[in-house]
Design a protein around this ligand. Structure first.
Ligand code: AMP
Length: 547
C-alpha cells in the first residue's frame, strides 16, 4: 500500500524563499575586493537573486545550461548559486588555484556558456579564453566603477546586469533530480572528474547537515566559511546557514590570520569552517593578541586530518572543535564530528582521542569498509579497508565520464572513497591511510602520478616516485624521489623547471631527492608505503614531524 501524501519536488530556491520569509533578520556580510564590507539581509539577497535570475533568462540561459563561477566567498557568488540553479541551470564552481590546462579542460568538459568572475581573477581568464573550445561570456562581479581594464571582448558588469530587473521571480517547477551544481575534483591521474549535484541531493544534504548541528547554527548566530564556495559548495553552508537562520560572513580573498581575526572580531562570528592550514594563521594571531575574536566559540575543521595539537589548542581556549570528514563526491559532509554529552564532559584525553579521529556519520550517509577482495569487514575498530559510502547526497557517477564512474562504484552500488579506515562498534570512523595516489596540501590536491609522468619524461630520469611528507603548515607536501639514468644525475632545478611547465607553483615538490633504486612491492610495483616510511623515519631522525 502506498502512502497518500503530496509529492513536491525538493528545490534549492525554496530554501532561499523560506529563509527570506522566516529568517529575514539573518544577514549576509561580505568583505569585498572593492575594499568595503557589504551587508544585506536575507530578503535583500533574495531580491538580488531574483533580479539575477531574470537577467539570466533575458540572456536566454536555459534549463541544464552550465554557468561557471570563478570567485572567492562573497554575496555575489552566493547570488549566483541560487539564481543559476533556481532557473534550472547548473552552477559550475571553478577553483582559481587550478593550473591553466585543468581549468581549460573543465570549462570545455562542462560546456560552460557564461563565467561569473571576481574582478581580481579576470587576468586568469585573459590567456585562457582564446584557447577554449567554445565562446564564453564573461560577467565581472562588481560595479561599473570597479570594472577592470581587460582586453577581453564583450565583458558584462554584474551590477549593470541586475539593474532594472524585477525583485520577484516565479521559480519554475522541474523534477527534483534536475542538475543544480557541478564541482570537479582531482583524479589520481589525468583529467578532473565532475560531481553533478541535483536539487534533491542539495536540499537533503542541507537538511542532513543542519540536523547534525543543532547547537551550532541558529538564528542570531554568525558563521564564517573560510572553506571556499568553489570547494564543494563551501561544505553546504550557503544552504545550511539560511535554512537554520544563521547569518553568513564571507571573508573574500583575504584568509590570513590577521584578516580573519579582524573580520570575526568585528562581526562577532560564532562558528568558522575551514581546512587545518588556515587555523594555524588564526591561532598565531590569537596568541599574538592574547585573546579570542569576540564571540568565537566553535570551529569546524575538515578537508584534511585535524592535528591533535590544534584541537587541544582551540579547546583549551574554550572554542569547541568539530572534526569533519567528507568528499566532493558526497556534497561533501560525511561526518561533522559532534560528540555525545558523555564524551564532551568526560576526561580531556578521552575527548581528544575521539576528536582526533573523523567521527560519526550524519543521517543520510551510510558507511561500509571493504577488504581487498571486495568483502565487507566488521566495524570492530580494528579491521582496516577501503571506506565505501552510500546516500542521497552521494554521487551515482561522474559527469560524462563512464570510465571513472565504473572505477568508483562497487558491485553493490556503493561509492569507493579511496580512504582506508576503521569503524568501531559505536560508529566512530578513523581514516588511517589513503589508497588513492594523491597528496593534499593546504586542502588542495596534487596528483602524484601526474608529477611522476612528467618527471620521467626528463632524459636524465630513469624512474621516480612522488610521495607525501608530513608538513606542519600544509598538512602534506610533495617530495619527488628520482633514480637517475646513468651517472649524470639531474639537479633539482632541471626537474622543477620541467614540472613548472604544467603544474602551478604550489604543486611543485619541495624537494627532489636522488636514490639508487626505488623499493618494490611483491608484485614489482614501487612501494610508496616503504618510501613514505623511509622518509618519515629520516625526518624524525632529523627532528622533524612524522606522518
Ligand atoms: P575533497 O573531495 O577535495 O573534499 O577531498 C576529500 C578527501 O580529503 C577525503 O577522501 C580524504 O582523503 C580527505 N579528507 C577530508 N577530510 C578529512 C579528514 N577530516 N581527515 C582526513 N582526511 C580527510
Amino acid at each position: 500500500m502506498k502512502g497518500m501524501m503530496m509529492h513536491r519536488p525538493l528545490k534549492i530556491a525554496d530554501i532561499l524563499e523560506f529563509a527570506a520569509e522566516v529568517h529575514g533578520e539573518a544577514e549576509v556580510i561580505s568583505a569585498r575586493h572593492e575594499g568595503d564590507v557589504h551587508r544585506a539581509g536575507l530578503r535583500a539577497i533574495r531580491d538580488r537573486v531574483c533580479r539575477l535570475a531574470h537577467a539570466l533568462r533575458a540572456r536566454g540561459v536555459g534549463e541544464g545550461e552550465r554557468i561557471a563561477t570563478l570567485a572567492f566567498n562573497g554575496h555575489r557568488h552566493l547570488e549566483c548559486y541560487y539564481a543559476i540553479s533556481g532557473i534550472g541551470a547548473v552552477c559550475h564552481t571553478i577553483n582559481p588555484r587550478l593550473p591553466a590546462d585543468q581549468m581549460r579542460y573543465i570549462i570545455d568538459h562542462a560546456g560552460d556558456t557564461h563565467i561569473f568572475v571576481d574582478a581580481p581573477l579576470v587576468p586568469l581568464l585573459e590567456p585562457l579564453l582564446p584557447t577554449l573550445a567554445r565562446p564564453l561570456t564573461v560577467v565581472v562581479m562588481t560595479d561599473r566603477a570597479h570594472m577592470p581594464d581587460t582586453p577581453l571582448d564583450g565583458v558584462i558588469c554584474y551590477e549593470e546586469l541586475l539593474d532594472g530587473e524585477p525583485t520577484r521571480f516565479d521559480w519554475p517547477d522541474y523534477p527534483e533530480e534536475t542538475a543544480a551544481g557541478l564541482c570537479y575534483t582531482s583524479g589520481t591521474t589525468g583529467a578532473p572528474k565532475g560531481a553533478l549535484y541535483s536539487h534533491r541531493s542539495t536540499v537533503l544534504h542541507a537538511l542532513f547537515v543542519s540536523s547534525a548541528l543543532p547547537t551550532v547554527l541558529q538564528p542570531g548566530r554568525k558563521v564564517l566559511p573560510v572553506v571556499p564556495l568553489f570547494h564543494v559548495n563551501a561544505w553546504g553552508l550557503p544552504y545550511v546557514a539560511p535554512l537554520a537562520g544563521a547569518s553568513l560572513v564571507f571573508p573574500g580573498a583575504k584568509l590570513d590570520g590577521k584578516s580573519l581575526f579582524d573580520l570575526m572580531d568585528a562581526e562577532g562570528v560564532y562558528s568558522a569552517w575551514g581546512v587545518p592550514t588556515v587555523w594555524l594563521g588564526l591561532l598565531a594571531e590569537i596568541a599574538a593578541r592574547g585573546r579570542l575574536p569576540e564571540g568565537f566559540g566553535h570551529v569546524l575543521v575538515g578537508g584534511s586530518a585535524a592535528p591533535r595539537s590544534m584541537i587541544a589548542a582551540f579547546e583549551e581556549m574554550g572554542v569547541t572543535v568539530f572534526h569533519a570528514w567528507g568528499m566532493t563526491e558526497m556534497s561533501p559532509i560525511g561526518t561533522v564530528g559532534a560528540l555525545p554529552p558523555s564524551v564532551r564532559a568526560g576526561p580531556p584525553e578521552a575527548r581528544l582521542q575521539k576528536q582526533s579521529i573523523q567521527g560519526r556519520r550524519v543521517f543520510g550517509v551510510e558507511f561500509k569498509i571493504n577488504g581487498e577482495n571486495g568483502e565487507r569487514l566488521p566495524h570492530d575498530g580494528v579491521s582496516q579497508g577501503e571506506l565505501h559510502v552510500r546516500g542521497n547526497a552521494v554521487i551515482s557517477g561522474y559527469h560524462a565520464n563512464p570510465e571513472a564512474t565504473e572505477a568508483a562504484i562497487d558491485a553493490e552500488g556503493w561509492f569507493g572513497t579511496g580512504d582506508i579506515a576503521t569503524i568501531d562498534p559505536d560508529g566512530y570512523l578513523s581514516i588511517t591511510d589513503r589508497a588513492k595516489d594523491l597528496i593534499k596540501s593546504g586542502g588542495e590536491w596534487i596528483s602524484s602520478l601526474d608529477v611522476e609522468n612528467l618527471a620521467i619524461s626528463h632524459p636524465k630520469v630513469r624512474n621516480c616516485a612522488c610521495i607525501a611528507v608530513a608538513d606542519d603548515k600544509w598538512g602534506e607536501r610533495p617530495l619527488l624521489v628520482v633514480v637517475p639514468e646513468g651517472d649524470d644525475a639531474p639537479d633539482s632545478d632541471e626537474i622543477l623547471d620541467l614540472l613548472a611547465t604544467k603544474f602551478a607553483r604550489w604543486q611543485l615538490p619541495d624537494e627532489v631527492v636522488t636514490v639508487d633504486a626505488l623499493p618494490l612491492t611483491a608484485t614489482g610495483k614501487v612501494s610508496k608505503l616503504t618510501l613514505r616510511k623511509q622518509f618519515a623515519a629520516q625526518r624524525a631522525a632529523e627532528g622533524g614531524r612524522t606522518p
